[in-house]
Every structure is written in structure tokens, then in C-alpha cells.
Write a protein that binds this ligand. Structure first.
Ligand code: NAD
Length: 243
């Protein structure tokens, strides 16, 4: 059964990449999607898509989160997509880089979960899906110190929320992708200097021999919303990177 049909789904970072594909896939499965991002230009491309309503939301701002959730009404599925990749080792990191990543990659999810959870509990359940990464407690990845540390925290918060609310029918899972095609991946490849060499190296990380698509990740997100017997898990979707 398609549990997500007619459910209200709040998606953060829906302007591009995995978040955008997730908003479109939930809508295609009959959900009512509130697609949010700070980038209104990117969001405007989703306007008019069946089943999708767009809203500007900066997940760094607690007031913004509360306002959007109040306007949306009870949320059945929360998809926490926002996240930022800092490049470098512990020696390349400035304290501000770490603080920013904690705020965007971790605290943003605390803000949205706290905002939607009371109504979810009142309605007898809901699903929360958090974007983590293979670069996390699953795997150390070179030059990703800040990112890996914060994505490990995403898995921790996912399990903690799952443990606290499992008896109240709240399911909270994390998705841990390998390399996935997205505008920010393109930025990271260009930043390496030799684009083709960087792309080949990023492809080589996945034994399956390619980079994943945002749609493949979106399909897992919809599956996890529907999957009523799983909670507190970190799902690798990584072309075999962690085999
Ligand atoms: P992306 O990085 O290309 O896009 C991110 C989106 O987040 C943008 O639309 C941006 O405007 C939005 N955003 C940034 N700051 C925001 C804020 N303060 N409030 C609201 N929105 C904000 O997308 P992606 O590469 O598909 O990544 C999506 C998620 O998946 C991230 O959490 C990322 O860490 C994770 N992830 C991506 C990959 C990958 O290879 N692409 C791999 C593993 C995990």
C-alpha cells in the first residue's frame, strides 16, 4: 500500500539535486508536497508542478522553520535535505567552518524535527528522513573532516529520535548516499582544477562504476516513508562503496 498517498510531505533543500528529485517523486506518488529552499529562483522551477507547493525556507532560522510549519499544518513526512560539504582535513578547518556545518547539517534537522513532531505525535505517527552520507560514522573519506563529523551526528540524532518515539509510531531513518549527481557535486568537481580527472576519481569510488542519480535517492526516500517496519536505520545507497 502506498502510505504516502495524500500525505503532507515537507522537503528542505528542494531547489536542486536530491531534494528536488525527492519533492517530484513524492508528488508523483500522490503526496501533497511543500517544497522549500533558500534559493527562490531554483524553487520557482517547481512551481506549477502537480502536487507541489513552494515556500522559501532558510533552515538556519528557527523562526522561519516555525512559520513554515505553522502555515503547512500537520506534516506526515519530513525530508531533511539541507547539507553542505566542507573540503579539507582537520588541519584545513577554521572554527567558523565547523560551526557553520553543525548549524546547517545538524541543527537544521533539530529545528525542523522539533517543529513538526508535536503534531505528528498528536496525529498518531509520521516519518522523518534525514540526509546523511556514506561519509559519516559509516566511512572515513579523505578531505571531508567537517562533513564526515557532522553527517555522523545526523546518524546519531536519527537513532536518538527513533528510540525516543518508536512506541508512538514515529519512524526516523537516515539515507547515506555515495556520490550523487547534483549541482553542488559539479561545483566540487570544478573546484578540483582538472574536471575530467576529478570526475573519474569520484566515479572510481563506486564499484558499480558510475555516479548515482538524484532520482535513485528519491526512490529510497519514498520507500522509507512507506516502509512501516523500519526505524532508526542508516541506509547506504552508494553503488557498492561500502561493500
Ligand atoms: P545540493 O548541494 O546541490 O543542493 C543543496 C540545496 O540546499 C540547494 O538548493 C541550496 O539552496 C539549499 N540550501 C543551502 N542552504 C540552505 C538553507 N540554509 N536553508 C534551506 N536550503 C538551503 O544538493 P545535493 O548534492 O543533492 O545534496 C542534498 C543532500 O544530500 C545534502 O544533505 C548532502 O550533504 C547529501 N548528500 C549528497 C551527496 C552527493 O554526492 N550529491 C552525497 C551524500 C549526501
Amino acid at each position: 500500500t502506498d502510505w504516502v498517498k495524500d500525505k503532507t510531505v515537507l522537503v528542505t533543500a528542494a531547489g536542486q539535486g536530491i531534494g528536488r528529485a525527492t519533492a517530484l517523486t513524492f508528488a508523483a506518488r500522490g503526496a501533497k508536497v511543500v517544497a522549500t529552499d533558500i534559493n527562490e529562483t531554483a524553487l520557482s522551477e517547481l512551481e506549477g508542478s502537480a502536487g507541489i507547493e513552494t515556500r522559501r525556507l532558510d533552515v538556519l532560522k528557527d523562526m522561519d522553520v516555525q512559520t513554515v510549519v505553522a502555515e503547512t499544518g500537520p506534516v506526515d513526512v519530513l525530508f531533511n535535505g539541507a547539507g553542505f560539504v566542507h573540503a579539507g582535513s582537520i588541519l584545513d578547518m577554521k572554527d567558523e567552518d565547523f560551526d557553520f556545518a553543525v548549524d546547517l547539517n545538524v541543527r537544521s534537522m533539530i529545528r525542523t524535527i522539533r517543529a513538526v513532531l508535536p503534531a505528528m505525535l498528536e496525529r498518531g505517527g509520521g516519518a522523518i528522513i534525514n540526509m546523511a552520507s556514506v561519509a559519516s560514522s559509516m566511512k572515513g573519506v579523505p578531505n571531508r573532516f567537517v562533513y564526515t563529523t557532522t553527517k555522523a551526528a545526523v546518524i546519531g540524532l536519527t537513532k536518538a529520535v527513533a528510540a525516543d518515539f518508536v512506541a508512538q509510531n514515529i519512524r526516523c531513518n537516515a539515507i547515506c548516499p555515495g556520490t550523487v549527481e547534483s549541482p553542488s557535486l559539479q561545483d566540487r568537481l570544478r573546484a578540483q582544477g582538472d574536471y575530467e580527472a576529478a570526475r573519474a576519481a569520484f566515479i572510481a569510488r563506486q564499484p558499480i562504476g558510475r555516479i548515482g542519480t538524484p532520482e535513485e535517492i528519491a526512490d529510497l526516500a519514498v520507500h522509507l516513508a512507506n516502509a512501516t517496519y523500519t526505524t532508526g536505520q542508516a541506509y547506504a545507497i552508494d553503488g557498492g562503496w561500502t561493500i
